[in-house]
Write a protein that binds this ligand. Structure first.
Ligand code: ZN
Length: 859
């Protein structure tokens, strides 16, 4: 629980292993409690008088064991700090098979962990969330991923309620006032994959993929929003079966839309849980970003059915094996299903976010030693997911897609239903490829950070390049000695020669190296990260950068332009290039037509606006005016209404321009137009091109008054889809009037805002310049209540955005506050936030004069 979250470094002994759980649970949704009985089949390697297993927040009423034909009762001692129950028997249980029988009870909590309660439309539900280590809050169990066992689950439900678990329903037996739902036994599963959903849930009609029925479960009244998820799931499942060359390992696939959920989704075997926004949508009103994100998350969770559920990491230190692979696989699957969505181009935003975090001194390697579950929870971040996925992608490119897949198939076949460590994957990939995979991969997994690759022409041939690598830090003050670093970099270089663009692959394994492009003439330019496929930053020499700038729109693809801009901004942050070099590049992108590139440069431009320019200063006004001059004409040509038959890229470009001009530059005309369009949208949801809904709702709030605030509150309550609800709910955080700010803060900790949305709403408030100071004050004043309502994972996200507070005085405040109110799962996030505070102040001191000069030269 939040006050003492998983402090323990205790690991269960390996000589007692569970092989099966026979679990019967009886939840009382109205009473907020549950009772349960479990029989656990064990195998003991040696005789033991004491059995230790996990249990937290449970009362154990009775514990007996059956061993060697005898039944014995145990004395039960709960070790709260270790979250264990110690069962002491009068005589040792014999080596070999034994059975434990336990009777226990607990409360349905409100923290979205273990077995928790959630409500929707006045009805109560119970849902489980067990990863990383909360199955122990549902039943006494061996709650570590290596203890796989078969689960046979039964749930007693009241009349009108239904239950979903990992296995299909085998049979139902009536009991007074309800029935017992018995689920078929599962294949061996880790405890963190146990699933339970109980309440008045409804299911879609099944869609079949071969013998597998796929259904979407939801609270009543949302059946019309399930078609997209069913299609996305069927498309993903077919591709995954084909990729792994193993049929879907569970007998049915239930996708459950949970009205209050901590993560985005959870890969419970055979019963995947999602936030409603990621599963239930109306394709007619959802934006393309919302559809892409839902498809990606569905594919991610389904990839876990093999990679994670069927083959599972032995311990949390290899969590990245699960997450990096599933993240990469999801992009691959959806890119294949809907090529027009340009998934890998969109991945550049994720790669860029991971590079940003990994450039901090307070980053961590992908492979991190994990001693406690708190440390495991801390690792659910951009490094584990996005850097991990980028590294998997790099290895796939290095080996070739077919060879890589052959290695993955070998690994899956060999370890099916078992547990693995990273070395098992490297071994399979080496066997399939004959290449030194472990050497290349291990460096990327075990070393924190990433290389900055500097490239410049050198003597010795027209196409000879000198390459240098070192570790990149966002902090220019990091001493040279710490920057020494070496990775085996699979470098893919693109260049323009006489006959157009060409690419060449090199493995750069030394600190300094020489590459000879296979061409006889000097190239017009070269670009060091073709397709943005590698996890590194590139510094091109000045002459080359100038040549690239002159050939931006035809020489480089959108994802390469995006990578070039991201690299240049990183070089500015890291003190290796003047801010003018980035501004020149952004200026050259004024006619950019690709939406991802426009969205990509909006990030750095927003940071310049917020952190470099003084709020309300002439420089800030000048900067905003330059953005409006440079990018405004594009929006004027496009207009706000979509032309009939207009394609998605054009629609997305318009939305990106509205975000840039309204969100970053706060152009008055754009804000006013957003406000006008919002009225039409409130009256008729089809009045707005769906991709504009998000920016319009957020921007209109910035200039909205009390009356508009009331209409947002009403729109939240009456929303027809989860996406619309989320849009207006987060929109509440963008209002700037005093009364609106106060009302939103007053609502944050009431049941009106579901637990899952609290942190996101606070993040929106911290991004709101009119509200951020008082929001921070509110958070510190209400910390105890906040800790009870916001799950640890979300606390980290909240901490990450505190540098928006800007002033060094706040940095001291944030540091002091978390020293006196420590959050074990957010320890690294606090260090990172304080580092970003410092980096921003340093950036401001160093680049503000350059920004003013550059703007002066433009007006
Ligand atoms: Zn995952």
């Amino acid at each position: 629980m939040p006050s003492a979250p998983h402090p323990s470094r205790f690991r269960l002994p390996a000589d007692v292993r569970p092989t099966g759980y026979d679990l019967h649970l009886e939840p009382d949704l109205e009473g907020g409690a549950f009772r349960g009985e479990v029989r656990i089949a064990l195998r003991l390697a040696r005789p033991r008088a004491e059995i230790v297993l996990h249990a937290a927040d449970l009362a154990i009423e009775r514990a007996t064991a059956h061993s060697a034909g005898r039944e014995m009762s145990a004395r039960v001692r709960l070790a709260r700090a270790d979250e264990t129950a110690v069962l002491r028997f009068p005589r040792p249980l014999a080596a070999g098979e034994a059975t434990l029988a336990l009777r226990f009870g607990g409360r349905l909590n409100q923290h979205l962990r273990g077995l928790y309660t959630a409500s929707a439309d006045g009805s109560r539900y119970a849902f489980s969330q067990c990863e990383a280590a909360d199955a122990r809050r549902i039943l006494p169990c061996f709650d570590e991923p290596a203890f796989k066992a078969r689960f046979r689950v039964a749930v007693t439900v009241r009349d009108g309620e239904t239950a979903v678990s990992n296995g299909p329903v085998e049979r139902e037996e009536p009991v007074p006032g309800g029935r017992v739902v018995r689920f078929a036994e599962t294949p061996p599963l880790s405890t963190y994959l146990l699933a339970l959903a109980v309440g008045r849930l409804e299911a879609s009609a099944p869609r079949h993929l071969g013998p597998v029925p796929i259904r979407v479960w939801h609270v009543p009244g949302k059946g019309q929003l399930t078609a997209f998820a069913l299609e996305a799931a069927a498309e993903a499942l077919a591709r995954l079966q084909d990729y792994f060359d193993i049929p879907y390992p569970y007998r049915k696939l239930d996708l459950v839309a949970v009205p209050d959920f901590e993560a985005g989704a959870m890969e419970n075997a055979g019963a995947v849980f999602f936030r409603e926004t990621l599963l239930l949508l109306d394709p007619a009103t959802a934006s393309l970003a919302e559809r892409k994100r839902a498809a990606e998350v569905i594919a991610h969770e389904l990839a876990h059915m093999w990679y994670g559920d069927l083959v599972t990491m032995a311990w949390w230190d290899d969590l990245w094996l699960n997450e990096a692979f599933a993240t990469w696989m999801a992009y691959r699957v959806v890119a294949d299903w809907r090529p027009e969505w340009r998934m890998w181009q969109g991945f550049e935003h994720d790669r860029s976010a991971a590079l940003g975090m990994d450039a901090l001194a307070n980053t961590h390697p992908i492979y991190a030693r994990v001693r406690s579950v708190a440390e495991a929870t801390e690792n659910f971040d951009a490094i584990t997911y996005e850097k991990g996925a980028a590294v998997v992608r790099m290895i796939e490119h290095y080996l070739g897609a077919d060879t890589f897949r052959a290695g993955v198939r070998l690994y899956m076949r060999r370890h099916r239903e078992g547990n693995t460590v990273a070395a098992d994957l490297w071994r399979a990939l080496e066997e399939a490829s004959g290449k030194p995979v472990a050497h290349v991969a291990q460096t990327w997994i075990a070393q924190p950070g990433f290389p900055l690759v500097s490239i410049a022409p050198r003597d010795g041939g027209p196409a000879a390049l000198g390459v240098r690598q070192e570790r990149f830090f966002a902090d220019p003050r990091v001493p040279a000695a710490r920057r020494r670093g070496k990775w085996p970099v699979p470098l893919v270089v693109k260049w323009r020669g006489g006959g157009g663009a060409a690419t060449g692959r090199f493995l750069v394994d030394k600190t300094r190296d020489r590459l000879d492009l296979p061409t006889s003439a000097a190239p017009a330019w070269y670009f060091g990260n073709a397709d943005a496929g590698g996890f590194y930053r590139v510094a091109h020499d000045p002459a080359d950068r100038a040549a690239l700038l002159a050939d931006l729109s035809t020489g480089l693809t959108p994802v390469e332009r995006l990578a070039l801009a991201g690299d240049q901004w990183a070089l500015v942050r890291g003190g290796r290039a003047p801010i003018e070099s980035f501004l020149d590049l952004a200026d050259a992108l004024g006619e950019e037509t690709d939406y991802d590139v426009l969205d990509g440069i909006a990030g750095p431009l927003d940071l310049i606006d917020e952190q470099v320019a003084e709020p309300g200063s002439a420089v800030q006004a000048g900067f905003r005016a330059w953005i409006a001059r440079r990018f405004g004409p594009q929006l004027e040509r496009l207009q706000w209404a979509a032309a009939p038959g207009e394609d998605d890229p054009t629609r997305l470009r318009r939305a990106a321009l509205v975000r840039l001009l309204g969100g970053v530059a706060e152009a008055p005309a754009v804000l006013a137009e957003a406000r006008r369009r919002l009225d039409a949208y409130l009256a008729d949801r089809s009045a707005l091109e769906p991709n504009l809904a998000d920016p319009v709702v957020a921007l209109a709030a910035r200039v909205g008054d009390e009356a508009l605030y009331d209409r947002y509150r009403a729109a939240v309550a009456a929303a027809a889809t989860p996406q619309e609800r989320r849009r207006f709910l987060l929109g509440l955080g963008s209002f700037r009037t005093r009364a609106a700010r106060e009302r939103t803060l007053a609502a944050v900790l009431t049941p009106e805002i579901p637990t899952q949305d609290v942190a996101f709403l606070l993040m929106r408030l911290l991004a709101n310049p009119a509200a951020r100071g008082e929001t921070w004050k509110f958070m510190t004043r209400k910390w105890a209540a906040l800790r009870r309502r916001v799950p640890p994972l979300m606390i980290s996200r909240l901490v990450e955005v505190t540098p928006a507070l800007r002033d060094p005085g706040y940095a001291r405040d944030v540091g002091r506050f978390f020293r006196t109110h420590p959050v074990p799962e957010a320890r690294r996030a606090v260090k990172q936030a304080l580092e970003v505070f410092r980096l921003n102040a340093e950036l401001r001191r160093r680049t503000a004069p350059g920004l003013a000069r550059w703007l002066g030269s433009r007006s």
